[in-house]
Ligand binder design. Sequence first.
Ligand code: NAD
Ligand code: WQD
Length: 340
Amino acid sequence: MEILVTGGAGYIGSHTCLELLQAGYDVVVIDNLSNSQKIALDRIEQLAGKSVTFYENDVMDMNALEQIFTEHDIEAVIHFAGLKAVGESVALPLSYYKNNLVSSLVLFEVMARHNVKKLVFSSSATVYGVPETTPIDESAPRSTTNPYGATKLMIEQMLEDVAASDADWEISLLRYFNPIGADISGLIGEDPNGIPNNLMPYVTQVAAGRLDELSVYGQDYETPDGTGIRDYIHVVDLAKGHLKALEYTHPGIEAFNLGTGTGSSVLDLVTTFESATGIDVKRKFVDRRPGDVAACYADASKAERLLGWTAEKTLYDMCQDAWRWQSQNPEGYPREMNRR
Ligand code: NAD
Ligand code: WQD
């Protein structure tokens, strides 16, 4: 069965492609490498002992998509491609709206034309905005606080209208919480450009000596230790959730939270990292980061009930695996090997 994976060279896409190959799927990737390296795909092929068909194209390029759907017998699409940095989206809203919305529109149009109507979409817990209660279930009200989040919500709404117009579509909206960690091989992982915005890559780079010290944003939240609480989920568990969504047969559209259901504070993560690696992470407390919420974690029971999926890996596993990737690849993927 051939699966088209948009954004398959990226962090979550690469881990999902590996799971797909290992489960016996044939994988076709389209990625413009705007935030990834081609070598990630080479490493997946090495790990799986199987090849990926790669198109270095933009998903906004309708002709490229037409070619892919003509040359391959695509049964379903997993749509990861998109820009994802919250702060950048505030600075460059038009780039975010254009890239994320136009690529999605073009993709869904080409899918419909080729009668491929099974889709798994990378949504995000960001569509819950500032959550009123935790844990958050899929029926919680949706709102957004930045252009990135707005693109995710708009694509969800677009897909709800598509599903309402044509009962042949089977769409899963996967709302990820905070993916961290890496494949156990240490060969693929998260490779942010420049100084990381997210907690785990910042921690691993401090541990590696690339950055001096972690700034812990806020010590005065109404949480047990005063620091922000999130639902960190191992990227391999997350990847496996995509395979469960592909296997799930349902007419229409369903949203699923993919999280562990457990909240961990910034200090929980840092101290777990220290015990998993034996490395001290230098840190200081600074003011809250604007836009951050005190606590955000999932009620993941719907995914368990309908998809038969639950996260299995612990925070300790996530820290060990993130560190293995960072220590084996101190500078991330080699940049010079980007192009074929
Ligand atoms: P990533 O940046 O590592 O991967 C995205 C990939 O899409 C990259 O390889 C990039 O080159 C590619 N891409 C972007 N725009 C494209 C376009 N127009 N055409 C072709 N390729 C394009 O990000 P990720 O962390 O793997 O996230 C994957 C998806 O999951 C994104 O849609 C993101 O918004 C969503 N998501 C991520 C997180 C997270 O914390 N990482 C959380 C929730 C949701
Ligand atoms: C986690 C916790 C910070 C960095 C973001 C996006 C969200 C989603 C995932 C895509 C918070 C604290 C962080 C640091 C810190 N992406 N922190 N020092 O903000 O929950 O979610 O990524 O959809 O949309 O907003 O993740 O990793 O940035 O922060 O103290 O240097 O770590 O305050 O409590 P966040 P994060």
